[in-house]
Design a protein around this ligand. Structure first.
Ligand SMILES: Cc1cc2nc3c(=O)[nH]c(=O)nc-3n(C[C@H](O)[C@H](O)[C@H](O)COP(=O)(O)O)c2cc1C
Length: 261
């Protein structure tokens, strides 16, 4: 099994790397055979998103920027577990990581990582901003199983932060990540997931949307009830059907009926 840790700190071996090192040692304690690899965004050529919208509308393979993003996406696809780690800068991710998130924005339309276990890790000076950073990092989960959001206080100035608490949190996060990794179960959709799927699926039923976003259209056209077959309780299926109706009605009020496929 392969785990890829993507480090988005401008400091190669700073606090964020140190915390991920601890996570690595816990995970390897569970299973020595896990192939744990690092990828430092700082060492890669990642151009700034220019906002052309081509990745979202036409497909990520049509992005005009030629840099390391494709190589990184391939490495992500090749791993079973991915850790996205970044420090908190001014209440959010640093620019290095923000640009990386922007370059993967198409996964907000067409999620791709259903079979991956994901963890978001951030280190922070005080406590302020870590929640926002973890939320931003979670965007990268792209439909995967978000096993844990780990925030660790590691201030540049000594502030009497409890090391015991940090160790406990790291232990808990590593265990949750490892268990999700070996269970390999796809995430069962909750209300937000159904809403996401049926919003896009419904939108793709409109001719004007298909013209603007053909990549979304071909992606959702192949999927009937959800991103992947959903097993389980009939109530869950009922919830899916309810969201389908809600989205059809809501978009029906907003969009000209002549625009339907
Ligand atoms: C430019 C900059 C902005 C920061 N902004 C915050 C912040 O908003 N909140 C906070 O609690 N800590 C903040 N910090 C502290 C870092 O989050 C903290 O030291 C982190 O552990 C650094 O991780 P690194 O060594 O991996 O870069 C900031 C540090 C820098 C350099």
């Amino acid at each position: 099994m392969k785990v890829l840790a993507i480090i988005g700190s401008p400091r190669r071996k700073g606090n964020t790397y140190q915390v991920v090192e601890e996570v690595k040692s816990k995970i390897l304690n569970y299973d020595r055979n896990i192939d744990f690899q690092y990828l430092f965004l700082k060492d890669h050529h990642i151009m700034m998103c220019t906002g052309c919208f081509v990745c979202i509308a036409q497909g990520e393979d049509k992005c005009p920027l030629k840099d390391d993003c494709k190589l990184i996406a391939d490495k992500m696809r090749d791993a079973q577990g991915i850790i996205f780690a970044a420090p908190t800068y001014a209440m959010g991710v640093p620019g290095l990581m923000k640009n990386f998130i922007d370059r993967f924005a198409y996964t907000c339309h067409r999620p791709a990582f259903f079979d991956k276990t994901i963890m978001a890790v951030s280190t922070v000076g005080g406590v302020k901003g870590v929640k926002q950073t973890l939320e931003q990092l979670s965007i990268l989960a792209g439909g995967g199983r978000l096993a844990y959001k780990l925030g660790v206080s590691s201030p540049p100035i000594p502030m009497g932060v409890s090391e015991r608490k940090a160790k406990r949190d790291i232990e808990k996060a590593s265990k949750a990540f490892y268990l999700s990794l070996i269970r390999r179960e796809k995430k069962l959709p909750g209300p937000a997931d159904w809403a996401w799927f049926h919003s896009f699926k419904t939108l793709c039923g409109y001719k004007s949307y298909q013209r603007v976003c053909p990549a979304d259209h071909s992606y959702y056209n192949e999927k009937a009830e959800y991103f992947y077959p959903v097993e389980g309780h009939p109530l869950r299926r009922l919830l899916g059907k309810a969201f389908k109706t809600i989205m059809k009605l809501s978009f029906g009020f907003m969009i000209d009926p002549d625009d339907r496929q």
